[in-house]
Design a protein around this ligand. Structure first.
Ligand SMILES: Nc1nc2c(ncn2[C@@H]2O[C@H](COP(=O)(O)OP(=O)(O)OP(=O)(O)O)[C@@H](O)[C@H]2O)c(=O)[nH]1
Ligand SMILES: [Mg+2]
Length: 637
């Protein structure tokens, strides 16, 4: 597996952040370096090392390395291995860090201290940072940092990862550090060798005893229950209520995606229409006007309009991530996932895939069982990524009436929910088959997952998260989607139709001919040539299908205002059977090219991506074929 290469600045000291998962390393990394790496309230958020730089008050620059969380220095999963390799100096092209900042969550010293003891044996200078001091204080924990420092034989500083000045003590400490003599902070007292695997087991026992003694000396050896979290869990993890609440929550989210988005979507639509009208009045009727209106405006506008829905979905995802509910959902679904041979471990990678399969596939690094990891990678693309939302939303707006059913349920939201469920069900089915027919069969892996305390979501963090989504989305619109739209416009406009041609000019263009050729393949599942054209650039990015349809239809119609009206156009020219078949196609169809590239990188070869491409293509075709023919049978043709 390759990792992002880090530049080698030999003269700048490097400080690595080491700590248990979810202890706030990335929060501190962001405070120290001014980065905006992902922070969330569950274990295993960071799976790669990330580097940033910090300029200290005295002008000195140091490199800070954020690492995946680790419970021990005996790696069990790929993300833990990243951490160990860096600390042992085995990471390619990377020197060993000059200093380790060992971050502890003050709320769980028992587990966190074991890692400090292991870190001391690395024979690297080490400083302990006691984070989450605010929560510890709220829980009534009094930690004597001087005594802790004496027990450990290491300096101890404190921090609060969620306050803007929460890392100032760390900065101050690093500024006054004498980097030439930093070796005096080295924790190794009795052993000069780097930790090896064989001695690991024997250390575990002595470390447990030592941690117990330290806690006793600090009068911290009673376990302080987190009452609020326990009380919430009594309801949210209740065997019967828990799953019901989870289902209701997810259902509500999809309802909101449609009902809350109406107003902002109307606003964006009006703005695009206004812009189109202006362009028509000021520009002469030539190829440039066609490119701007039928190409760029139709294409980009067609996608932009779905931004509010994407943001609403992410608002809820961020809320769940910040609050600490996500690992509970994993816990609730563990049984269900066990039925198909996966553990709840796969839940968070799969959930990340709802944003985009790429971070989802990266997140599988935290799955220690390699077969589970491969299966999770193979099914991740079936989780509905946010790029598919515009496609679904377009088809739903065009074909599913916006009406309320019994109980005030929005029909459109319900269909969207069902499309997501179809993806999940497909994924579970494939996982079951893969496990069933591989040598490992249905072996249950026990879920060992930490349930963090609930945190009140911080609006600032959610705001930043949403803003990042807006930036990602606009970058796609202004980047790949714009490029593909212009390319498609060119291919759809040239060559010009011959003299005396009667059909729309696009039919004589390169794209038109390609679409007609492809429609032989796709007509059995109800796709016309316009859809067939749009599917090709859609391989680059999902939303491109929407912009491509907008461009293709804008070019196929003679009226100048076609740029504004994709929904009525497709609802009048496609049958319901075709629309349903296209929805089914998008539940399963192979992912975009960048996902395939990620799978190749993460699995180290072409085997898995090729398996993935072919089985998804086959599945999509079969699902669409069945959907189309059932719909025809029902008279929706
Ligand atoms: N109340 C409080 N919350 C904190 C503090 N530091 C971090 N958090 C929260 O704790 C959660 C975990 O923080 P992260 O920075 O993602 O933890 P991490 O150590 O990078 O976790 P992994 O990447 O999974 O290893 C997030 O919800 C943070 O907002 C703190 O000092 N006080
Ligand atoms: Mg992290």
């Amino acid at each position: 597996m390759s990792e992002s290469k880090v530049h080698f600045y030999s003269n700048e000291p490097m400080v690595a952040l080491l700590g248990n998962p979810n202890c706030g390393k990335t929060a501190l990394f962001n405070l120290l370096t001014g980065s905006r790496q992902k922070v969330a309230n569950y274990a295993g958020v960071t799976v790669e090392r990330k580097e940033g730089r910090l300029t200290l008050a005295n002008g000195k620059t140091i490199r800070i390395l954020d690492l995946p969380g680790a419970y021990s220095l005996y790696p069990r999963s790929l993300d833990e291995r990243v951490t160990c390799n860096v600390l042992l100096g085995r990471a390619e092209g990377e020197k060993r860090p000059n200093l380790i900042l060992c971050i502890l969550s003050a709320t769980n010293l028992r587990r966190n201290l074991r890692l400090v003891l292991a870190a001391k044996r690395l024979n690297l200078p080490c400083v302990v940072v006691l984070n989450m001091l605010d929560i510890a204080q709220r829980q009534g924990l009094q930690i004597d940092t001087a005594a802790l420092s004496k027990e450990l034989g290491l300096p101890v500083i404190t921090s609060i990862g969620i306050e803007s000045h929460g890392a100032d003590d760390i900065k101050e400490y690093l500024a006054q550090l004498d980097w030439r003599n930093v070796h005096s902070l080295s924790g190794a007292t009795h052993q000069d060798e780097i930790e090896d695997v064989a001695s690991h087991i024997e250390h575990v026992e002595t470390d447990n005893v030592r941690v117990q003694r330290i806690l006793q000396n600090l009068h911290l050896d009673q376990i302080i229950p987190d009452r609020l979290s326990d009380r919430l869990d009594a309801v949210l993890l209740h065997p019967l209520l828990g799953p019901l609440i989870l289902a209701a929550l997810l259902f509500f989210i999809f309802q909101a995606v449609f009902s809350w988005a109406e107003l902002p979507m109307d606003l964006i639509k009006s703005a695009i229409e206004y812009l189109g009208d202006q362009l028509i009045t000021v520009l002469p009727n030539n190829w440039l006007r066609s490119l701007l209106i039928n190409g760029v405006l139709a294409g980009l506008g067609g996608v932009l309009i779905f931004l509010p829905q994407i943001l609403i979905l992410f608002f809820f995802i961020l809320l769940l991530e910040e609050s600490g509910y996500l690992p509970r959902a994993a816990f609730l679904l563990d049984r269900l996932m066990g039925a198909v041979g996966l553990s709840g471990r796969s839940f968070i990678p799969l959930l990340s895939s709802f944003a985009c399969a790429i971070p989802g596939i990266m997140a599988t690094r935290s799955i220690s069982n390699s077969r589970d990891r491969m299966v999770t990678i193979l099914i991740a693309p079936m989780m509905t990524c946010s790029a598919r939302l515009p496609v679904y939303a377009l088809l739903i707006s065009a074909f599913i009436p916006s009406k309320r059913m019994a109980g005030g349920i929005e029909l459109q939201g319900l269909v969207l929910f069902l499309l997501y469920v179809a993806g999940i069900a497909g994924a579970m089915g494939v996982a079951w088959i893969l496990k069933r027919f591989t040598s490992e069969q249905l072996r249950m892996n026990v879920l060992m997952m930490e349930l963090p305390s609930y945190h009140l979501p911080r609006l600032g963090n959610i705001g930043i998260g949403l803003w990042q989504r807006v930036v990602i989305f606009l970058r796609r619109v202004g980047g790949i989607i714009l490029v593909m739209t212009i390319a498609l416009w060119v291919l759809s406009s040239f060559p010009l139709p011959p003299e005396g041609a009667t059909g729309a000019p696009i039919q004589y263009s390169i794209a038109g001919m390609l679409g007609q050729a492809l429609s032989y393949l796709f007509s059995p599942i109800g796709f016309n040539w316009q859809i067939s054209i749009a599917l090709v650039p859609g391989m680059a990015a999902r939303e491109v299908v929407v912009s491509s349809l907008a461009t293709v239809y804008a070019l196929s119609s003679s009226s100048a205002d076609a740029a504004e009206a994709l929904v009525p156009l497709i609802s009048s020219s496609w049958s319901l059977a075709t629309a349903l078949s296209l929805m089914a196609w998008f539940v399963f169809a192979p992912q975009c090219l960048s996902t395939i590239a990620t799978v190749k990188r993460e699995t180290g070869g072409w085997r898995i991506p090729i398996i993935m491409l072919s089985y998804l293509f086959a599945l999509a075709y079969i699902a669409s074929f069945i959907t189309y023919h059932v719909a025809l049978y029902l008279g929706w043709g």
